[in-house]
Design a protein around this ligand. Structure first.
Ligand code: ADP
Ligand code: MG
Length: 696
């Protein structure tokens, strides 16, 4: 139940003055809802200053001027197409003409009778040497002049909703804000100079100067913090909840893992060892594990995942690895089976294409526990697949599945530990907002001795030279990717460009040597072409970004990215990851076209200078702000109403710490601050968390 004190804020504004049924829909779209809180979260974007009220004689044109005038004469034009002019005189005797391009003579005569005094406010202009004001924003009686000389908020608008309506609504909404108990830590509040919640709202809605609109103003920071804290607290509660769920103790004797390490032919990096320990500790604990494993392309996540799976197998249980596409699943299958064979561990592959008898046999083996490790696509969990005793699941490239599927997985009834593995470097800000309900491990070190990719930034006008260089490489036995951009808006023309490039490269390199994959192809066709590229039948693969994730072709050491300026940084990084072989030299050529924006230029330079995925991801976040990194623009990473990232990054980290501390000291939110925080959770629609919290 929502605390009663919040009721006025959750009422609908439909009954408010000025909000007819006509506006309800528009308003709801604009403000994300029709509740009072939705109006409160809709903050002004700029302001109009009507305090400029100097004598008209010295007033600057181009500014909003507010003052008293006396109406001297009406000049009615001969036709409605010409402006209606009203001559007036300011208090200092300066003449001012009011122009009306849309006019009704009767109403103008009524509102501006000759000889009367009026207060007006509007933009001053000069035309033919005369001071004028076109359609003043306000024409009121002179006794309200003082009220007029104010600063007005300007809200983000949409067609059909006026600023006046929003100002009016926000005023009514602000009146309903109750005095809520303070949920901030008093020291933090003092240190940050944060006003109370109600005060912050008032100040944010009634800016007095443009600095009040900036994200770093104290009221806006306070509100952002409130929102972030509500989110972080909700996630921390969810994290606690997962921990409380009974899991299984998975602590194998290590014999398979030791045997694997002996056969591997390389030493684990320090980061791999540390992360393995973190995972093993979680698996050995009686609670359920939900852990995110991050590591840049080539950092060696697969071996970490497999070692952890072996832990489950050592315990006599089964493990599964879920990949987002068939081709990735079979790639994992190949890697894992090669490692597993000498250990006597049985790995199987289950995808949509395993059919009929083979499928039936596989499912039977799985149910009887003859298969220790199952690799597959999401088919693993969507169909009637029965394990004998599944205890551990690894999900690769999780963002392709979506956060909800991850949660759905845990509902399958298995008490499985879950490890989510992603090669997409996720900046910490996003980890906190997107994966805040999970524990988090990071492989931040690449195996020793890896060679950097030679990355070059080249204008498209030099394509011929690039092709010539490519020809030499291919003659030496290299394989190469040629990536063409696909911008959703003009998919058709983009595709046409990729096809054209494919055809022209065929002419140069020979028809059989060049292949094409793009997103419009069926998975089967795509996989077939990829397979031929992998086997070396095709030397040059023209592709749109479908090759982005995970595909591994050892001989492909050259990548050309056409119109690299159209790609996001994270995307470029992922693409380049495909040719990062480590022990062989590889080359990435970023071809760019003109005009090149400042941001694009910066992006390409960063690519040239760095291969550190985390650094690149942080820069990407700075340059474009979010969602793209996860490849899920629609998933609404950025569904904050008040907080802005990265501007409020420091507050996010602070809120994260704050939430942890609160739960450590006041697990059930019982103290006065805890009670106030419950209100905060409701205020920001995190009440589902509060409810499950109470229940569990
Ligand atoms: P990721 O999945 O993180 O991109 P992989 O697990 O595919 O990386 O590892 C990339 C390559 O590096 C693989 O061939 C793997 O066997 C190898 N590798 C993994 N760990 C190490 C290590 N510590 N030293 C040397 N090579 C390693
Ligand atoms: Mg991998």
């Amino acid at each position: 139940m929502r605390p009663e004190i919040l009721n006025p804020l959750f009422a609908s504004v439909e009954g408010f003055k000025g909000v007819g049924a006509r506006y309800a829909k528009l308003l709801s779209n604009l403000c994300g809802g029709l509740r009072v809180v939705d109006m409160l979260w809709h903050l002004p974007a700029s302001l109009i200053d009507r305090t400029y009220a100097v004598p008209l004689k010295v007033a600057e044109t181009g500014r909003i001027w507010t003052g008293k005038i006396k109406i001297t004469e009406h000049i009615v034009p001969p036709t409605r197409k010409q402006p209606y002019r009203v001559l007036a005189e300011a208090e200092d005797g300066t003449e001012l003409t009011l122009n009306f391009f849309k006019w009704y003579p009767d109403s103008l005569k009524r509102s501006l009778p000759q000889g009367a005094f009026r207060a007006v406010s509007g933009k001053l202009e000069i035309f033919n040497g005369r001071l004028q004001m076109n359609h003043p924003d306000y024409i009121v009686s002179p006794d309200v002049l003082e009220n007029l000389k104010a600063v007005e908020p300007v809200y983000p608008l949409c067609a059909g909703i006026s600023n006046k309506l929003l100002t009016h609504l926000s005023a009514q909404a602000l009146e309903r804000v109750p005095n809520l108990p303070e949920w901030l830590d008093p020291h933090f509040q003092a240190e940050q100079n944060f006003p109370s919640f109600a005060e912050a709202l008032k100040k944010a809605h009634r800016p007095q100067k443009s600095a009040d609109l900036w994200p770093d103003s104290a009221p806006r920071r306070r509100l952002a913090y409130d929102e972030l804290l509500a989110g972080q607290l909700a996630l921390a509660i969810a994290r606690e909840r997962v921990k409380k769920q009974a899991g299984r103790v998975l602590a194998g004797d290590g014999h398979l893992r030791r045997a694997l390490l002996e056969n591997l032919g390389f030493e684990l990096t320090g980061a791999q060892q540390r992360v393995l320990k973190e995972i093993a500790t979680d698996m050995a604990a009686p609670e359920r594990m939900q852990r995110l494993l991050q590591g840049d392309v080539g950092s060696g996540k697969t071996v970490v995942a497999f070692m952890s799976m072996l832990n489950a197998v050592e315990c006599g249980t089964q493990a599964a690895l879920m990949a987002p596409t068939e081709i990735l699943a079979s790639q994992h299958f190949e890697t894992l089976s090669a490692w597993a064979k000498p250990l006597g561990v049985n790995v199987a592959l289950l995808t949509g294409s395993v059919k009929g008898k083979a499928r039936a046999a596989l499912l039977a083996d799985l149910a009887q526990g003859k298969i220790n490790v199952l690799v597959g696509t999401h088919a693993l969990f969507t169909e009637a697949v029965t394990f004998q005793d599944l205890s551990f699941v690894v999900i690769d490239e999780q963002h392709r599945f979506g956060v909800n599927q991850r949660l759905g997985l845990s509902d399958k009834g298995y008490k499985t530990d879950i490890l989510v593995m992603t090669a997409t470097p996720i900046p910490r800000t996003l980890v906190l907002t997107q994966y805040g309900d999970m524990e988090y491990s990071k492989i931040d070190e690449l195996p020793k001795g890896r060679l950097p990719v030679d990355t070059r930034v080249v204008p498209l006008s030099k394509t011929d030279e690039v092709v010539a260089g490519l020809k030499r490489k291919i003659e030496k036995g290299c394989q190469a990717y040629w990536v063409c951009p696909l911008v959703e808006e003009t998919e058709k023309t983009d595709l046409a460009a990729a096809v054209a490039r494919y055809e022209s490269l065929q002419q140069i390199f020979g028809e059989g040597e060049v292949g094409l994959v793009h997103g419009k192809m069926k998975d089967k066709e795509k996989d077939a072409v990829m397979e031929r590229f992998k086997n070396g039948d095709i030397k040059l693969l023209v592709a749109t970004t479908v090759i982005e994730v995970g595909v591994n072709v050892p001989k492909a050491t050259v990548m050309i990215i056409e119109h690299a300026e159209h790609f996001g940084l994270a995307q470029l990084h992922q693409l380049r990851g495909r040719i990062k072989r480590g022990y062989e030299a590889s080359t990435c050529i970023l071809l760019y076209g003109y005009p090149l924006s400042q941001t694009s230029r910066e992006r390409l330079n960063i690519m040239k200078q760095s291969e550190d995925g985390f650094l690149i991801a942080e820069k990407d976040l700075e340059l474009r702000g979010g969602g793209e990194i996860l490849g899920t623009r629609q998933s609404g990473f950025d569904n904050f109403r008040l907080a802005q990232l990265p501007q409020h990054k420091d507050l996010l980290f602070a809120a994260h710490k704050d939430a942890e501390l609160v739960l450590n000291m006041d697990k059930n939110l019982q103290t006065p601050r805890g009670q106030a925080l419950r209100i905060l959770l409701y205020l920001f629609d995190r009440d589902t968390t509060v409810r499950t919290y109470k229940a569990g």
